[in-house]
Design a protein around this ligand. Structure first.
Ligand SMILES: [Zn+2]
Length: 309
């Protein structure tokens, strides 16, 4: 999961079409969920690769073709963050008035959104909003925004990638069952988001582990290529650290939060990267080089050199 800035003015055409907005007024006033059309919130079209959606195409511009929850590249669906027709485990009618709301549409892979995972789940900590607000007899659009009151005061357990910075809610750790890397919530919203979207499912843990294993393999190549030259080894490792850090900033790559986390501190690197380095002596070399690289990135080495020059 990653924090995303989505333009509020660059909307898919179907969501700003006047006749669709007129229908939305009826849906909101009469609570008529039967009038909700997927041709508006999905707006599918034929493509040689199969059916595509104009709404998902627009979401992909901001989410780089990745699922908002698991950060895998996928053929996403336009998922309603707040379910439009019912809310699992409650007698809530669903947030029908948000069916065409841009801040309520999130790209999700089928697995994160399937029954048993996110689907119509939407547990909250605050007070549930049961009906739309109107102003001068028309739907109050500002109160339909996910980041505005009264919706924001619901304090949903599920993080919203355009409102909440996921880095404040998660950490990573080696899976105790040796199934790659698992995500851990550092507070109840983080933990519940993992539960709701099943973010510790087997294939995700293995895939995260493979991202780190590939990195560790690249580090090993440095030792292989520079066997008798310590300076060259350290310089090669610095280069690899820089490349991996740069990769954590490439929006189109998967698992950016994991990559950023791994490189953020010596503690994180020690927890989730070093255990994949099997040779103990090489592990110490990599750790020492990482500490030196981290200091150089932070400018400490230069400062110390200045002091003792
Ligand atoms: Zn997903």
């Amino acid at each position: 999961m990653r924090f995303i800035i989505k333009s509020l003015t660059d909307l898919p055409k179907s969501l700003k079409d006047p006749s669709n907005l007129k229908d939305l007024e009826i849906i909101a006033k009469k609570a008529d969920k039967n009038k909700i059309k997927d041709s508006v919130y999905r707006d599918s079209y034929k493509h040689p690769d199969g059916n595509r959606s104009h709404v998902v195409d627009k979401l992909n511009e901001f989410y780089n073709y990745k699922c908002a929850y698991c950060e895998r590249v996928c053929k996403a669906d336009a998922e309603h963050y707040r379910p439009k027709k019912s809310v699992t485990g409650t007698d809530h009618p669903g947030y029908y008035w948000l069916c065409y709301e841009w801040t309520n549409l999130i790209p999700s892979c089928i697995t994160c959104n399937r029954e048993g995972a996110k689907h119509n789940h939407f547990p909250i900590l605050g007070t549930r909003v049961n009906a739309p607000s109107f102003i001068n007899g028309r739907l109050d659009k500002e109160k339909c925004r996910a980041f505005n009151a009264p919706l924001i005061d619901e304090t949903p357990y599920l993080l919203h990638p355009e409102i909440d910075d996921p880095k404040q809610y998660f950490k990573f750790e080696i899976d105790p069952e040796n199934e790659g890397i698992r995500l851990r919530g550092i507070n109840n919203r983080g933990s519940e988001t993992i539960n709701i979207c099943k973010l510790n499912r087997y294939e995700l843990k293995i895939h995260r582990g493979n991202v780190i294993k590939d990195f560790v393999d690249n580090l090993s190549m440095v030792a292989f290529l520079n066997q008798r030259n310590n300076d060259a080894v350290v310089s090669g490792l610095f280069q690899m650290f820089n490349v991996f850090k740069q990769k954590s900033q490439h929006k189109e790559f998967e698992h950016l939060m994991l990559k950023e986390y791994a490189m953020a501190s010596v503690w994180n690197f020690t927890e989730i990267v070093l255990p994949f380095v099997e040779n103990l002596s090489w592990r110490n070399t990599v750790k020492d080089a990482f500490i030196a690289w981290k200091c150089s990135v932070l400018g400490y080495v230069e400062k110390m050199r200045e002091i003792f020059r």
